[in-house]
Design a binder for this molecule. Structure first.
Ligand code: SAM
Length: 278
């Protein structure tokens, strides 16, 4: 069957796009190729796609992967996907909210698991947090997301975009922006620009910390009020002030610095020193 365009499919099935579900469907084939190439999908891969829409990206993935499982929330899209992708026997469709999926159960014994998705904007942060902190066996996530969020994920200390979310993602992954995608690549056109970014899951977190919960709590406190110096952000962490000062000294970090200047390694040092006292 010849591939139909997005507007042909929406006419054929009388489909109405739902803004609330972030339904901006990809219509630019060059972006599609860049996503699949960027994810380096091959015949050994089990690919999980979140939000297949009309199945445009899904079809490209099915042609390269061993197996593709797509998770779609909109029940109106299910018969369309089943019809459009009926020629593929390596396709599985799950009707659910991606935030409610037990990915361990879905992945099972699969060894080479890649997540590829043109994510609805509203879902970006919660799904990344779930996928990274859930300890699932993903090799990589190749995702299309809002440009500013991709830049935040990929940024370094002293950059405006650097924050707690950058550290969370970089703790678990190497990050690489693959390309910019203009609003004209979608139907309907979103108001913002997008980027394709690949997150390669590390075997071990980028820095070793004794207490992850404490590490992330210090990171969050340090970015809660960006203009505050570190000392003011963490002074109520629950240890005597003179002990806290010693922790800064031992970690070789000036308490007058702002959180946005600290690398992951420096946050790890500081959190371990505080952890020894706590
Ligand atoms: N993959 C298609 C494409 O690139 O053309 C569609 C991408 S569109 C940006 C996002 C898709 O995610 C839509 O199909 C939407 O219905 C679906 N979606 C929205 N919220 C979802 C959720 N919580 N779980 C699973 N799918 C969701």
């Amino acid at each position: 069957m010849a591939d139909l365009t997005i507007s042909e499919v929406s006419k054929k099935y009388e489909f109405r796009f739902k803004k609330g579900l972030g339904q901006n469907f990809l219509i630019d084939d060059s972006v599609l190729d860049d996503v699949v190439d960027g994810a380096e999908v091959n015949e050994d891969d089990f690919v999980i796609e979140i939000g297949p829409g009309f199945g445009t990206l899904t079809r490209a993935l099915l042609r390269r992967a061993k197996r593709v499982c797509a998770i779609e929330l909109d029940d109106k899209l299910l018969p369309i996907l089943e019809d459009e992708l009926k020629e593929f026997d390596n396709f599985e469709l799950i009707h659910n909210d991606a935030l409610k999926i037990d990915f361990d159960e879905l992945i099972g014994d699969e060894k080479s698991v890649k997540l590829v998705a043109n994510l609805p904007y509203y879902l970006t942060t919660p799904i990344i947090v779930k996928l990274l902190t859930g300890g699932y066996n993903f090799k990589s996530l190749t995702i299309m997301i809002q440009k500013e969020v991709a830049q935040r994920i990929d940024s370094e200390p002293n950059c405006k975009a650097y924050g707690a979310f950058s550290i969370l993602v970089q703790y678990y992954c190497d990050t690489k922006i693959l390309r910019l995608v203009p609003p004209t690549a979608f139907l309907p056109e979103p108001k913002v620009e997008s980027m394709v970014i690949r997150l390669d899951r590390l075997k071990e977190p980028k820095v070793k910390v004794n207490d992850e919960a404490l590490f992330f709590s210090i990171v969050r406190k340090s970015f809660n009020m960006r203009r505050k110096i570190l000392w003011n952000s963490v002074k109520d962490i629950g240890i005597p002030k003179e002990e806290l000062l010693k922790c800064f000294e031992k970690a070789n970090i000036d308490p007058k610095r702002r959180g946005e200047t600290l690398s992951l390694a420096e946050f790890a040092l500081l959190s371990d020193e505080i952890g020894f006292i706590k």
